[in-house]
Each structure stands twice: as C-alpha cells, then as structure tokens.
Design a protein. Structure first.
Length: 216
C-alpha cells in the first residue's frame, strides 16, 4: 500500500492552525482510501530537524572514507530524512506563511533533503513524487492584490520542490486566516470563510484523486 509523508511546520497547535487543519482533512481522506497504508508524520514545530551545518553540508561532497566523525554523524541524519522522502509515494506539507516566507523549521528540512547528485541534479531520486502543499496565510497575496509582491512561499517552494527536486507539485491555499481575529479585517471574514471551505473541499478531492491515481 501507498506511503504518505506528512510534514507539519505551523507553530500553532491543532485547529488553531489552518495549515494543520486542512492537512489533517487531506490525511483523513487519504487514510479512508488507504486504510492499510502508511503515514509517516513529521511535526517540525514539535520535533525540529537540525539546521544545516558545515559538517552536514561538506559531508555531501566528501568521500565516505574521508569524512570526520562529525561529518558522518551529521550526514547520517540527512540521509534519514532523504530516504524518508524517497520511500514516500506522496508528500503532504503544511506550509503556513511566516513573515512572508516559510517557517525556518521547514527551510531546515528542505536544506537537509536537497542533496546535489541524489535528490537534486540530473536525475533526482524522488522525481515525479506527488506533493501537496497547504500554503495558508493570514492575508491575501494573490495576483492583483496590494501585497502580491510579498508572496515568497509559493514562489520559493516552486523553485525548490518543482524545479529542483522535480516533484509533482500542487497547492491548497487557505487565505485571510487572520480575518476572524483582526477587527481591521472584519469585512473580509466572508472571503476567509469561503477560502476555508474551498480549502477543505480541495483537500478531500485532491486526496481522493491522488489515491485513485496511485492505485491505477
């Protein structure tokens, strides 16, 4: 049966987080399609992976026999994350916008799994793996909005996940999530509610479609 790698990065717990809530809906629909499948869950807020170090980076360009003990240990931690990605039949990532970009914990995960000559380069090892990113944000950064130029989540993840790791990338974007909490955004609450409904619908539909695609 299929394996889903589920990664959360929101600092907010449970239903307080839109990205976690929508990702959980996707996962539930996925598990209904794959009751005997496997879900590997990494909560990067609760259990962050190490930020890349000189030893971890340089080990990737050093022959195994020539690595120091520090390099070997750091590289082993990277390989664990890389193999987890390579074993996945599909990947689900919760990527809320933090100060116009992704959480530093998610950036650390990406820095670890991006390894030239293996996951990146001429023949990336996870190439073609479907990945759904739940890219929630407190406002709207859609084309034509005043803050369109501040959108550094989708653009960055497209460059890394689609163009570098060559994963089959798709997005679910719940937006205006601050509207219910910010009085200055009160008139946007209906748009937030519509976006939230659409995100949950998209999660259910995309999970089912992806499950059927992998089973074919």
């Amino acid at each position: 049966m299929a394996t889903l790698l589920h990664i959360d990065s929101s600092v907010l717990p449970g239903e307080a987080s839109s990205s976690r809530s929508v990702a959980a809906a996707f996962r539930k629909a996925w598990e209904e399609q794959h009751p005997e499948g496997t879900v590997v869950h990494r909560d990067l807020a609760a259990d962050p992976v190490p930020h890349i170090t000189a030893a971890a980076w340089s080990a990737g360009y050093t022959a195994p026999a020539e690595r120091t003990a520090e390099q070997s240990a750091a590289f082993a931690a990277r390989i664990e994350l890389i193999e987890e990605l390579e074993r996945a039949d599909a990947v689900l990532i919760g990527a809320p916008m933090h100060n116009f970009s992704i959480a530093s914990t998610l950036k650390a995960w990406l820095d670890n799994v991006l390894l030239l000559g293996r996951t990146a380069g001429e023949n990336p090892s996870a190439q073609g793996t479907p990945v759904i990113v739940v890219a929630s944000r407190g406002g709207s950064y859609a084309p034509g909005t005043p803050r369109e130029g501040f959108e550094f989540v989708r653009n960055y993840l497209q460059a890394v996940l689609r163009d570098t790791l060559r994963l089959d990338l798709d997005f679910i974007v719940p937006e205006l999530t601050m509207a219910p909490r910010n009085p200055a955004m009160s008139e946007l609450v209906p748009l937030y509610e519509a976006s939230r409904r659409q995100a949950f619908e998209d999660a259910a539909v995309k999970a089912k479609e992806l499950a059927e695609r992998l089973a074919a």
